[in-house]
Design a protein around this ligand. Structure first.
Ligand code: LLP
Length: 446
């Protein structure tokens, strides 16, 4: 397993993260356990801040969908990044954490009227408008509340990023954004310019996630700037902001070769500035919306191994106390992960096994064919790079409570998400009176 961030193997032969022994963490907080390496998370934020803001006067906006909690909002605010939220729930989290609202970018292809109203009340910095339906509602609500909404139009650049089909977003056949190629984008841009109580500030696109080729970004910048030039010729309007979305890939397993944050920044910013010069446009502020490349490598999940079942000549199944409930990515996208035994980290990984989750579903497999030192019940399995789209996509299938999350740094470990209890699972359950009445009747009848 690649050691990410502050991970190391300590003198006990145990995995250590943020100066904390992973075996001790498992004992202290129980498993499954999400462990977030604060120094790694902050380091990734800082690399974005330096590469985009200090070097080029741009802005990196953290994509909250990858991992958002109150504590995360505090870190993002401290590190000077913006925050991309995609729902009333994420917005509420940011507000409760007192995140500076002028740095919030509100996304979503079907924001409800209630969500838009809440965002206006909270003075959200920018509305990433996805369609004309939303534009009309936003204009009406802004008028009612006597405000002007800052609008960025989300466009579909027609770029197909090389990534899993389900996480591709830039192609024309997408539920997101306004298509450039067929004129829809330009038409809506003109409409936005004449719409009351909105100020059209810029343009946005996002081509997909877990992208390894910087050429895809270069090409996207070309498509977006060509569109900006066309809009400028037709209307005299030029974008103050150009947001090229997120998507930078990370290392999960062998074969993944991510590009550096710095190379990514240089590619997109150089391209936009060069094209602005060529088209005679004022250079827009360049924004990106990284999520996975900030939170992903900073997270790990600790599990306790339980049942080990060998089917001779076929496969050895090693079951852990979590699975698709805390990490649905392997089941959804055939995502690959690496792992090691945190309590036996120096032992030779000599046995080929497959890691199964505990959900009642055959598809609940975390890792197929991984080499580990013959796993035994009670061993602690650490899966790396689980910081993005794990907790945020977790679920209670089979009424499994969701794990706790600890933030580790310099030998300190603090809970930032408490473990769900069985009673938490019942919190929203209700029994209608008529069922209780029936129970009484049945008792009487007996
Ligand atoms: N901006 C927009 C508009 C997005 O749609 C996304 C991701 C991002 C930024 C952040 O992209 P990132 O830097 O994290 O790649 N659940 C899937 C990924 C879905 C991506 C959704 N949009 C997964 O687990 O791989």
């Amino acid at each position: 397993m690649k050691l990410h961030g502050t991970m190391k193997i300590n003198h006990n032969g145990h995995l250590e993260i943020g100066g904390c022994d992973a075996v001790t963490l498992a004992r202290q907080f129980g498993t499954p356990l999400y462990v977030l390496d604060e120094a790694c998370f902050r380091h990734n934020c800082r690399r974005y801040y330096r590469a985009f803001t200090e070097r080029h006067n741009g802005l990196a906006v953290y994509a909250g969908k990858t991992l958002l909690t109150l504590a995360i909002c505090h870190i993002i605010a401290q590190e000077g990044l913006g925050l991309d939220v995609v729902s009333g729930g994420e917005l509420h989290t940011a507000w409760k954490a007192r995140f500076p609202m002028d740095r919030v970018y509100f996304h979503g292809n079907n924001k409800s009227e209630a969500e838009l109203r809440l965002a206006l009340e909270l003075n959200v910095g920018s509305f990433m408008v996805d369609n004309t339906y939303e534009l009309a509602i936003l204009s009406r609500l802004a008028k009612e509340t006597d405000t002007v909404a800052e609008v960025i139009l989300r466009l579909t650049p027609g770029v197909e990023a090389h990534t899993h089909e389900y996480i591709q977003t830039g192609q024309n056949d997408s539920k997101f954004g306004l298509v450039i190629e067929n004129g829809q984008a330009l038409e809506t841009l003109k409409l936005a310019l004449s719409t009351e109580n909105v100020h059209l500030k810029g343009l946005h696109c996002h081509i997909g996630s877990q992208v390894f080729e910087l050429e895809s970004y270069n090409h996207t910048a070309e498509v977006m700037m060509a569109f900006a030039a066309e809009a400028y010729r037709e209307t005299g309007w030029a974008p103050e902001e150009l947001n090229l979305g997120g998507g930078l890939g990370i290392y999960y397993a062998r074969g993944d070769e991510p590009q550096s944050i710095e190379a990514y920044a240089d590619t997109v910013i150089t391209a936009v500035h060069r094209l602005a010069g060529e088209y005679g446009l004022p250079a827009p502020l360049v924004l990106v919306e990284p999520g996975r490349s900030i939170s992903g490598p900073a997270g790990s999940t600790l599990y306790t191994i339980g049942a080990v079942k060998e089917i001779p000549g076929i496969r050895k199944y090693v079951a852990v106390d979590g699975g698709m409930g805390d990490n649905p990515r392997p089941a959804l996208y055939q995502a690959q992960y690496e792992a090691l035994l945190a309590n036996r980290a120096t032992e030779e990984p000599g046995e080929l096994v497959s890691i199964a989750g505990k959900c009642c579903e055959s598809g609940d497999m975390l890792i197929f064919d991984i080499k580990l030192p013959a796993p035994q019940p009670g061993d602690i399995l650490a899966v790396s790079a689980t910081g993005a789209y794990n907790y945020s996509m977790s679920m209670n299938y089979n009424r499994l409570p969701r794990p706790a999350m600890v933030l580790v740094d310099d030998g300190n470990a603090d809970i930032i998400v408490a473990r769900e209890t069985y009673d938490d699972l019942l919190r929203n359950d209700r029994i209608p009176n008529r069922l209780l009445e029936q129970q009484k009747v049945l008792k009487l009848a007996r």
